[in-house]
Design a protein around this ligand. Structure first.
Ligand SMILES: [Zn+2]
Length: 659
């Protein structure tokens, strides 16, 4: 009797979930759903033997003991891509040459998310993994189960492996970032990063709380009632099995139809609640796909058209100048507000004064601004207009906007600097950096508190933070007992930050967070670091002469030495008791070959070492991965012979989570 009721509830809830999350067409209210759900959970608690893997109660998640690598049963290939319609035509010509004329194509939006592979056995979801490098991925079944658009049971007892793209809707992304901002937690750069971060949670109850969804776009059918003969049919079949597919797909007769689809979505994509970065175009006939086959990295029967980066022109109203923590003067473009990629932009980066001169940017010009994936927009060039020549040339500022001191260029640098060491802007910028997440991470003290502490003469150097008493903090506007206590506690708390954070916080010239991490991994205490010579320092991988000299000079300066002694007396810790390295690549040996486009090989090596991996100069049986850039050497052949896993740059960046 109870068995029947449990089965009924399970099927009913799965059906309701399907209508809600896959078809976007809720049949009942949340209240009705919750009532049925609670009944099922209670019955299952009393009769645990009645729980099945496809029960909706199995979506709540739990703690993963770690993520394990698994080899994909079927390789996940990359796609060749282009920004260019001419190249699309050439691709199509090659296809016509092989398979005859009038080859039909299927156009699908390329979702900017994370690719995953899901295996179903007898219609039940059994295993899911990240794409990884296409050959090896990480098993994340438990986390995937929490995503309600992923069916736990199909409408048919089929054996299939599907590929889909996990994404976070733009609105959910904004909501999540809003919440994180209020809680003082880390903000995600874009929806894809947020989806990636959510998917790789060890605690999958966190994944369950994030609003993730999945569009399924490919199925490899091992056993099923139908074996589709075209890609279009297979998309319909995927839908019939119970998966969510993207509705914006089109079957076209030839490449012209595909190009029309791309042009249409170049602008329409901004109305969608998920990010897309292009269009995937596939040959429809599966027989023809088989005839075309694969290159080493990608199928010949599919390609991706990438949307151009987002650009728009507007009027440059003014150039504002600000002062950074090094005293560098930075120009900012003040623009006539304009809508770009769904948000209003009124300020943009101008990089530096050299760039203004090089581009001959004048106030009053029409300028082209560009935004690439949620990054601060940049001015990229002047739009030629008859007015341009009539406008006066931009003249460099000569005085600091804050303290009116003279500005000067430093040798070998493109930036202008304020010459006043006690410039209030510089001091405040340094203090703000000191408390930032990246440096000492002092909560509850933001720019406005710093402004007040500075103008009251309470804090003029980071040292002063640690001398503040409760009564000092209570002098700030709107600060009551409780928030003063919070501020005080977080200052005290920050004394325990690892040494590398402290080195970052010092704002030593040319030393940002990453550089500080590298230096401290070699010199893990103040004693060791302050006695290192320029020569010692420049021997560290990834540290050049310029950085080495700057670090050396900093620790030789007697004023700085005095300050460091005071910090020590105030109880700050000058030893890295916890290693800054992470362990993601622990036990893995990497070899690099060829030229990478996004970083030098040294930088790639640093990234590997920072994550606990090892670097070797030659390929052997012990090599875990060979990272291949352009024009690889003989290492590639050797790795192929030994069966070493080969990663292209994109695979590598994904592995170290930098895309
Ligand atoms: Zn100044």
């Amino acid at each position: 009797m109870q068995n029947n009721r449990v089965k009924f509830l399970r099927d009913e809830l799965n059906k309701l979930g399907y209508y809600y999350y896959v078809l976007d067409n809720p049949l009942v209210s949340d209240y009705e759903y919750d009532k049925l759900y609670s009944e099922l959970r209670e019955l299952e608690e009393k009769n645990p033997e009645l729980i099945t893997p496809d029960s909706p109660t199995q979506r709540v998640g739990g703690i993963n003991s770690g993520f394990y690598e698994i080899k994909h049963k079927y390789r996940l290939y990359s796609l060749d891509n282009t920004y260019n319609y001419e190249e699309l035509r050439k691709w199509y010509e090659r296809i016509e040459k092989e398979c005859g004329n009038n080859i039909k194509l299927v156009c699908e939006l390329k979702i900017d998310g994370l690719a995953v592979a899901l295996a179903y056995k007898d219609g039940i979801f059994v295993k899911g993994a990240t794409r990884g490098n296409g050959i090896v991925g990480e098993e994340i079944t438990q986390n995937l189960k929490t995503i309600k658009a992923i069916p736990l049971k199909l409408f048919e007892n089929a054996d299939v492996e599907v590929r889909g793209e996990i994404y976070m809707p733009k609105t959910s992304f904004e909501k999540l970032n809003d919440e994180n901002l209020t809680k003082g937690e880390k903000l995600f750069a874009n929806p894809r990063n947020a989806a990636a971060g959510s998917l790789r949670q060890l605690d999958s109850t966190i994944t369950a709380k994030r609003d993730l969804s999945m569009f399924t776009y490919t199925a490899i059918i091992e056993r099923a009632q139908e074996i589709p003969t075209t890609h279009w049919e297979s998309l319909q079949y995927i839908k019939k099995l119970g998966f969510k597919t993207n509705p914006n797909i089109r079957l076209v007769d030839n490449i012209d139809g595909a190009i029309d689809f791309c042009k249409e979505w170049e602008t329409k994509r901004f109305d969608l609640d998920y990010a897309t970065d292009g269009v995937v175009i596939k040959v429809d006939s599966i027989a023809c796909q088989k005839e075309l086959g694969f290159t080493a990295r990608a199928p010949k029967w599919a390609t991706a058209f990438k949307f151009p980066p987002e650009e728009i022109s507007t009027k440059l109203l003014d150039i504002e100048i600000g002062v950074g923590k090094t005293g560098a003067i930075t120009p900012v473009a003040i623009l006539e507000p304009v809508l770009l990629a769904g948000s209003t932009v009124s300020r943009a980066s101008l990089h530096n004064f050299d760039e203004i001169k090089r581009l001959d940017i004048r106030i009053g010009d029409r300028v082209l601004i560009k935004k690439a994936a949620e990054i601060i927009p940049k001015v990229i060039k002047v739009v030629e207009t008859p007015e341009h020549e009539k406008l006066p040339h931009y003249t460099l500022p000569t005085k600091c906007p804050e303290c009116d001191s003279n500005l000067e260029f430093r040798e070998g640098e493109v930036n202008l600097y304020c010459t006043n060491e006690k410039c209030p802007s510089v001091i405040k910028a340094k203090l703000e950096y000191w408390v930032s997440k990246e440096a000492m991470d002092i909560d509850f003290i933001g720019p406005s508190a710093i402004e007040q502490l500075y103008s009251l003469g309470l804090v003029e150097s980071p040292l002063d933070f640690y001398k503040l008493k409760m009564e000092d903090l209570l002098k700030l506007d709107l600060v009551k007992e409780k928030s003063a206590q919070n501020m005080y506690n977080s200052i005290q708390e920050s004394k325990k930050r690892p040494f590398s954070r402290f080195v970052t916080a010092l704002s030593i010239r040319h030393v940002g967070k990453e550089t500080a991490d590298i230096i401290v991994s070699e010199y893990p205490s103040l004693k060791l670091l302050s006695s290192a010579s320029v020569e010692d320092l420049s021997k560290i991988d990834g540290i050049g002469d310029k950085i080495a000299r700057s670090v050396y000079e900093y620790f030789q300066n007697s004023e700085n030495q005095k300050m460091l002694r005071q910090f020590e007396n105030l109880g700050l810790i000058f030893e890295n008791n916890v290693t800054q390295k992470t362990k993601e690549l622990d036990g893995k040996t990497f070899v690099l070959t060829g030229t990478l486009s996004s970083m030098t090989r040294d930088e790639a090596g640093d990234r590997i070492k920072q994550r606990g991996g090892r670097l070797s100069s030659s390929v052997s049986k012990k090599t875990s991965y060979l990272v291949v850039g352009d024009n690889p050497g003989s290492k590639l052949d050797k790795a192929q012979n030994l069966g070493v896993i080969i990663l292209n740059e994109e695979d590598f960046l994904r592995m170290i989570n930098e895309v």
